[in-house]
Design a protein around this ligand. Structure first.
Ligand code: ADP
Ligand code: MG
Length: 230
């Protein structure tokens, strides 16, 4: 890799679940560094632990063993409040199934999280409109998720993920529910947004072609990371 500085470092990270009364180790002494400003794809077969890994990186879940450092500071001992604060302020998520709030319009789906973070209501609404504009959705601001196509919903979700200017975006199979043509458009929106905001992006996919478009590609195998391209 380049001279980029580490944003998140996982050192000998393990994660086990209890399954049928027995521990099942999904991640096994895994090492991974995500560098500031890079785009990295994480691939691996279904069930290999990709979503589990993102959950640990994002502070949604806790490790069974090992260490995580955020810009050099250990964070594996953070409590739920500390992890929640980091997620809310520094992290943006894009999920396979969009996860927009059904009773909120496109504008509200982007502006209400900003308001929760303390942005004044009018400013938050303006910001939401600006993001929808950038995503080519200015005509869709007052539509509810059920009135939007899958690709449009995912672009709103991308606006929501970036609107609070997070340090890091986690995208878990962001095009997994979309047809190839729509996937291409959504990916283009995601990458344009990412370039314009200089955000670090960790994207999980089982699409090898998509993975190769990221600056770096690692894959999960037997609970560990293999470098594919750097
Ligand atoms: P991927 O995203 O690569 O498809 P996941 O990270 O979702 O894989 O899951 C990896 C494995 O961990 C699967 O076998 C899954 O059943 C198991 N798993 C994930 N979360 C839990 C959980 N909360 N409890 C028990 N097993 C889990
Ligand atoms: Mg998954």
């Amino acid at each position: 890799m380049s001279e980029k500085a580490p944003l998140l470092e996982l050192k000998k990270v393990s994660k086990s679940f209890i399954s049928g009364g027995k521990p099942l180790t999904i991640l096994n002494e895994l090492d991974l560094t995500i560098y500031i400003g890079e785009t990295v794809a994480i691939t691996g077969p279904s069930g290999s632990g990709k979503s589990t890994l993102l959950g640990l990186l994002a502070g949604l879940d806790t490790l069974s063993a090992g260490e995580i450092f955020l810009e050099g500071t250990p964070i594996h001992n953070w409590n739920e409040d500390q992890r929640a604060a980091w997620r809310r302020t520094q992290v943006g998520f894009v999920f396979q199934d969009f996860r927009l709030v059904p009773s909120f319009t496109a504008i509200e789906n982007i502006s209400l999280p900003l308001e929760i973070l303390g942005t004044d209501a009018q400013e938050a609404e303006q910001k939401a409109k600006d993001f929808l504009d950038k995503l080519g959705l200015s005509e869709r601001g007052h539509h509810y998720p059920h009135q939007l196509s899958g690709g449009e919903q995912q672009r709103v979700a991308i606006g929501r993920a970036y609107a609070h200017q997070p340090k890091l975006i986690f995208a878990d199979e962001p095009t997994g529910n979309l047809d190839p043509k729509t996937s291409e458009q959504v990916l283009k929106s995601l990458m344009t947004m990412n370039e314009n905001t200089h955000t670090t992006l960790a994207l999980v996919t089982h699409d090898m072609e998509l993975a190769e478009t990221m600056e770096r590609h690692v894959s999960l195998k037997n609970g560990r990371i293999e470098q594919r391209k750097s």
